[in-house]
Design a protein around this ligand. Structure first.
Ligand SMILES: [Zn+2]
Length: 532
């Protein structure tokens, strides 16, 4: 069916004069099924943008051929081997023309972080793991001011913090601010079970977020392992009632019982029992040496017909808040790390017993980097069919611990390099290590994420594809040179990726000749319908 669509458009180009207007023709194509006579599609003559002579790769139809791509009114209207013209022209010779990358796991939602993500080929960076709350504020703050598409799940964690610690996350930084503020109240959100009254308030907060159009429920209970089963069940039940999904950072970052594997079993059980889709973030980060077994379990659930997805980032080190539950006493035995495997981002210090205790008390929301994943486990997730990429990019910090401004120089941001280099690194590893074929890698960077969301977020049916009718989120890269440049050394954490000269968001060029254009805000909200 999808192959047919492309052939139809190309076929129509040959008989251009007799064709119907494209929008009409595209609708007719979608209605075409099975043996019916194919509808003919026209390529409009007044295209806004044409991308010529690129290697078009579409992970849905598996088209992999040199084609010209025509864009009009924010949509792809032609993928053809005929000559086409438009108001703007990109020569993509020698480059791959792919669907814009979709990242469901982006904590750095500020303009500097988004600028780096665009350089890394990401057109849709969503905050799905931790989420946002209040959801309305998240969307209002970005309306008309975002260079990339934006969206967030409902943050169970902030709904819990607001209910249990009486901290209003509004106006506070997603990480340090809210978490450090809650520390004055004993950080009940992370340490306590909820009382029945608190649980009622938490769920009212989460429900408000769903009614404000939040995408599913972000449920990172690995940061509050004291949470009781009644709360876990209630979250899954609410997701079911709203016909939406749960995403999770599972309980326990541990090789020994209670292990990450056990944490995965818990979430699989509640998700499948309630028949709600589940996204398991960064599997190697929680499952550690049991990563293949965790992936097997997820595969079994998928084979049984449940909608369960798994994600990884292409690094052997992670980053989060230094006050994280899993860095409590005994972390060495659980994770295989020692103090020197943990770095405090603000000062660059490697931890000792005393330093770790000091920063966990003084700045529990401050960022750390930890080396806890073995490369074979990361590669096991990378090569597993159906497992997709999520950067888990966290906000970069400047020298003063603030977030760099949009026009701050590349490289000044301190933090985990995954916020800048994840997607180009995946493409580099495909070139250097042949981890998976390039088409599969592109699916892991775009199409699989759209597929996970599209049942509950209809807009995503039209993203993550490079075919007529799809929304024109497009990433153009040179497969021979594309590379990450961000690394762990000082001054290199936030260096932009290279070899991705053009990025197009909703039909508008936002990266041109490898430069992010200033003041161009084509980003659209990815949001469910708001209910009153
Ligand atoms: Zn996480």
């Amino acid at each position: 069916m999808n192959h047919q669509n492309i052939v139809l458009v190309m076929g129509c180009a040959i008989v251009l004069a007799g064709c119907k207007p494209a929008s009409d023709a595209l609708e007719r194509q979608e209605e075409t099924t099975g043996e019916e006579a194919p509808a003919k599609a026209a390529i409009p003559e007044d295209l806004d943008l044409v991308i010529l002579n690129g290697r078009v790769m579409d992970p849905e139809t598996k088209l992999d051929a040199v084609r010209n791509v025509g864009v009009k009114d924010g949509k792809i209207v032609a993928v053809t081997d005929e000559a086409i013209e438009g108001t703007e022209t990109i020569d993509a010779s020698g480059h791959v023309v792919a669907p814009g990358f979709i990242d469901l796991h982006v904590h750095g939602q500020d303009p500097y972080a988004v600028k780096l993500l665009l350089r890394d080929g990401v057109t849709t960076p969503l905050e799905i793991e931790a989420g946002a709350w209040p959801v309305e504020d998240y969307y209002d703050e970005r309306k008309g001011k975002s260079q990339a598409n934006y969206g967030a799940s409902v943050a169970h964690v902030w709904a819990r913090l607001a209910a249990m610690d009486k901290v209003d996350p509004k106006g506070l930084g997603l990480y340090s601010g809210a978490i450090n503020a809650s520390a004055h109240d004993g950080a009940k959100w992370s340490k306590d079970r909820s009382s029945p009254e608190q649980l009622e308030q938490i769920m009212a907060n989460v429900e408000q977020g769903l009614r404000q159009g939040g995408l599913g429920i972000g449920f990172p209970i690995g940061y509050y392992t004291a949470v009781g089963s009644p709360e876990v069940d209630t979250v899954a039940g609410l997701a079911k009632r709203y016909n939406t999904f749960i995403t999770t950072h599972v309980r326990y970052l541990s090789n020994i019982p209670p292990s990450g594997y056990l944490g995965l079993e818990e979430l699989l059980a509640v998700a499948t029992a309630n028949e709600v889709p589940l996204l398991v973030h960064h599997v190697p980060s929680n499952c550690l040496g049991q990563t293949p077994q965790c992936l097997d379990l997820i595969d079994k659930a998928r084979s049984a017909g449940f909608k369960v997805a798994a994600e990884f980032y292409p690094y052997t080190f992670g980053s989060s808040i230094i006050g994280a539950d899993y860095l409590g006493p005994g972390f060495q035995e659980r994770t295989g790390m020692d103090y020197q495997d943990i770095t405090y981002v603000k000062t660059g210090e490697k931890m000792t017993k005393a330093l770790l205790a000091k920063y966990r008390k003084q700045d529990p929301g401050g960022m750390m980097i930890m080396h806890h994943i073995k490369e074979p486990d990361m590669l096991a997730a990378f090569s597993r069919p159906g497992v997709f990429v999520g950067s888990d990019g966290v906000p970069f910090e400047d020298d003063k611990g603030g977030i760099p401004a949009w026009d701050a120089p590349y490289g000044v941001g301190k933090g985990h390099p995954r916020g800048a280099g994840t997607h180009a690194k995946v493409l580099r590893l495909v070139r250097e290590k042949s981890v998976v074929p390039l088409m599969e890698a592109i699916a892991k960077l775009s199409y699989l994420q759209a597929q996970f969301l599209e049942d509950t977020v209809p807009d995503m049916k039209h993203r993550g594809r490079l075919k007529p009718g799809a929304i024109a989120d497009i990433t153009i890269f040179d497969p021979a040179t594309v590379t990450d440049n961000a690394g762990s050394d000082e001054g290199k954490n936030s260096l932009p990726s290279t070899g991705i000269p053009y990025v197009i968001v909703n039909g508008t060029i936002v990266v041109k000749d490898s430069k992010v254009l200033k003041g161009v805000y084509p980003g659209q909200p990815i949001r469910n319908a708001v209910q009153n």
